[in-house]
Design a protein around this ligand. Structure first.
Ligand code: A3P
Length: 352
């Protein structure tokens, strides 16, 4: 039997589909605001807001400042992330040496799987941020609940979240936190360069003075810097088995000593055999600024969020602030640092 041909006039249902909406502005992902849920929008509408360094706005949530794009990830991570007792979280404020810490810890934990650091090692072909993802900036950034099963055990993640905003399960579980801090003068200068590099041509650059004032007032991503550092410093004093506090400057000065301390803390100390074989030095060489920054993946590739990998490698030294900050700037920054750290026992070195 032949099929019946319809002779009816086309209804609206059979009209061709409307043309696709115009493509979104050709912005890298890190400049786009993610799809915000109504809950997130409602929250943003009541939070204190300031102009951002890179993103249009920064919002103050639980005492710290976040770009609009990241708020969804922060909320989603707080709500859904369930820490395992065996998890390891690497924590920093931006520009404190996160990339370096990720590389070192990844190499340390995976040294049995990848004994040869010169061949077939994941760090030779992948940026450390791809190997150790940020919870709120990558895994939960779009507000989704990611499948974390492929991470095996122990799971290695990172975050810039301050202590007060960590998901509850992080505090409740026996997972371990490694915090890396850096002196505020170098953090500020590094941050200024970083955000200017990520700004598009038509956005111009931020003047040092303008963002310096914001930094001092605590208005920078995950700022106030001092409150962030102090939160983890105190936790590390109260719970030294849970929070390991490291300084960029110490890692620069005595990388081998600090790598051994980190290995002990994470429960995977170097064996006598490994010491004889020079495993500590091999890891440090693999993760050195010169080695990582010259790898093809870190010279020409990008993260899925659009940042070029080379933006995470600039000079990698202690004391570059000398080339940028005026005496008045140093004085104001030092005054704040002194005031904030007073009585905490924490000392931050600006030179080696
Ligand atoms: P500078 O801008 O002062 O050079 P983060 O990884 O938290 O974004 O921090 C970036 C800073 O760490 C940059 O500092 C970068 O050069 C430095 N850095 C990146 N990799 C490093 C490495 N392997 N060793 C030392 N410093 C490194």
């Amino acid at each position: 039997m032949s099929p019946t041909l319809s002779t009816a006039a086309p209804t609206s249902q059979s009209l061709p589909p409307p043309p696709p909406p115009p493509p979104p502005l050709d912005l890298p992902k890190y400049l786009q605001d993610s799809q915000l849920t109504q809950e997130c929008r409602d929250l943003l509408s009541i939070l204190p807001t300031e102009k951002g360094w890179l993103s249009t706005h920064l919002h103050q949530y639980q005492g710290f400042w976040y770009a609009t794009r990241h708020m969804q990830g922060v909320l989603s991570c707080q709500k859904h992330f369930k820490a395992h007792d065996t998890d390891i979280l690497l924590v920093t404020t931006p520009k404190s040496g996160t990339t370096w810490l990720k590389a070192i810890t990844f190499a340390l934990l995976n040294r049995e799987n990848y004994p040869d650091t010169t061949q077939n090692h994941p760090l030779l072909t992948a940026n450390p941020h791809d190997l150790v993802p940020f919870l709120e900036l990558k895994l939960y950034v779009e507000g989704q609940c990611p499948d974390l099963a492929p991470f095996g055990s122990p799971r290695l993640f990172s975050t810039h979240l301050p202590t007060v905003s960590l998901p509850e399960s992080v505090t409740a579980s026996s997972c371990k936190l490694v915090y890396l801090c850096r002196n505020p003068r170098d953090v500020f200068v590094s941050f200024w360069h970083f955000t200017n590099k990520l700004r598009l041509h038509n956005m111009g650059t931020n003047s040092l003075d303008e963002v310096y004032d914001k930094f001092c007032r605590g208005v920078s991503i995950y700022g106030p810097f001092w409150d962030h550092v102090l939160g983890y410093w105190r936790e590390s004093l109260e719970m030294p088995h849970k929070v390991f506090f490291l300084k960029y400057e110490d890692l620069k000065e005595k990388p081998d000593v600090n790598l051994r301390r980190l290995a002990e803390f994470l429960g995977c100390p170097f064996s006598a055999e490994e010491e004889t074989e020079g495993v500590v030095d091999e890891i440090l060489k693999l993760c050195s600024f010169d080695n990582l920054s010259n790898l093809e993946v870190n010279r020409i590739a990008k993260l899925s969020s659009g940042e070029e990998n080379n933006t995470f490698f600039r000079r990698g030294v202690v004391g570059d602030w000398m080339n940028y900050l005026t005496d008045e700037m140093i004085e104001r920054l030092d005054q704040i640092t002194e005031q904030k750290l007073q009585g905490s026992g924490l000392k931050l070195r600006c030179v080696l």
